[in-house]
Design a protein around this ligand. Structure first.
Ligand code: SF4
Ligand code: SF4
Length: 344
């Protein structure tokens, strides 16, 4: 384990920002919330945030991106992959777990060069959570602390940051800090260990389920129409719970022609299974016309379908969905607790 004085860390970040090779993004305060955004000075970086509005997935899978440019008159198509090499500062462990899950998805079957190239050209600097959002249940989901999935991982230990190195990318980045980095002292290593041991107390204590019983609980509840109808009654089908989720990756692909109709772009944009038109197909059919069916699908995907395919529970407990759902019906803890209680 390494360590660096906080003042030296700020200087290190300022040097990275000045270096034009890579964009540096980090968590910053935006009004009363926090967000990942390009960083122009180290003073704006907030490593003590509780949660961000959107997860860092937006850097690997932007809300809108061009996949192909085409010219119909000339019969030409040009693949486009706009990759910005990036250093992302201050990623919480649950978001790093989610990125690891997304990597598996985009590497599976047909590798997705748009996502994967952006991932390859990014450096992830994590930070252990000092403050925890009221809605987060990451400790229940086993994502409050991690041993891998980052290039560097910081822990605030007072006047210094302890730094765990997780990859060769991380160690090359750290070399740029030069002599400011030294080996962590034994008491600093102990502080990090203690910090991680104390962390679970900061999270919600109301989850009553074990994440690995979710696949069987969800299987049991699949045909319980009344349960899904009652819980989804107030759903606005706005899709917010999908869009803010670090493990949701669905997208739509559309051709957007320019006004001359001779040129255009094939775009991909975020999509979400809670939106009414998500499962609409040709012939005016919709496989999930009822909001209860969409609501059920979202939970099945989080706790069962992804587990069956990749062995992962696709909820990392960040709490963003419940924080941002207007009618307050998107809290996974509420649904999973109800299931657990109903089967005990
Ligand atoms: S559960 Fe909430 S956030 Fe999700 S679609 Fe329904 S209203 Fe929107
Ligand atoms: S389902 Fe909700 S709590 Fe779970 S990872 Fe997605 S946004 Fe976070």
């Amino acid at each position: 384990m390494k360590a660096i004085d906080k003042s030296d860390f700020s200087e290190f970040v300022d040097n990275l920002i000045e270096d034009d090779d890579r964009e540096v993004v980090g968590v910053q305060k935006k009004d009363s919330k926090f967000a990942f955004d390009p960083l122009y000075e180290s003073d704006d970086l907030r490593l003590d945030y509780d949660t961000t509005i959107l997860p860092p997935k937006k850097y690997f899978m932007p809300q809108r991106e061009t996949l192909i440019e085409y010219n119909i008159e000339k019969g030409e198509t040009t693949p486009v992959n706009r990759v910005v090499p990036r250093i992302i500062l201050g990623v919480h462990p649950y978001d790093l777990v989610a990125i690891g899950q997304m990597d598996k998805v985009f590497e599976d079957t047909h590798e997705d060069p748009y996502y994967l190239e952006k991932r390859r050209q990014s450096v992830l600097v994590g930070v252990n959570m000092e403050n925890v959002s009221d809605k987060s249940f990451a400790s229940t989901m086993g994502t409050a602390t991690i041993d891998s999935g980052y290039d560097l991982m910081l822990t605030d230990i007072g006047d210094r940051y302890a730094i765990e190195v997780g990859s060769s990318k991380g160690s090359s980045l750290l070399e740029q800090a030069g002599a400011a980095v030294d080996d962590a002292k034994p008491e600093e290593i102990r502080k990090v260990k203690q910090f991680k041991e104390d962390l679970p107390e900061k999270f919600r204590s109301d989850p009553e389920f074990d994440p690995f019983e979710l696949p069987s609980l969800l299987k049991e509840y699949y045909d319980n129409d009344e349960f899904w109808e009652e819980n989804s009654e107030d759903c606005l089908s706005c899709g917010t719970c999908n869009l803010v989720c670090p493990t949701c990756y669905c997208f739509d692909v559309k051709d957007v022609n320019d006004i001359s109709l001779s040129e255009g772009e094939r775009m991909r944009t975020w999509d979400g299974c809670m939106l009414e038109e998500f499962a609409e197909v040709a012939g005016d059919e919709n496989f999930r016309e009822e909001k209860a069916a969409r609501y059920r699908h979202r939970y099945m995907r989080k706790g069962r379908y992804m587990y069956n395919r990749f062995g992962d529970i696709a909820c990392v407990g960040c709490g963003r969905c419940s924080e941002q759902c207007l009618p307050d019906i998107a809290d996974p803890v509420d649904i999973f607790n109800q299931m657990k209680e109903g089967t005990s």
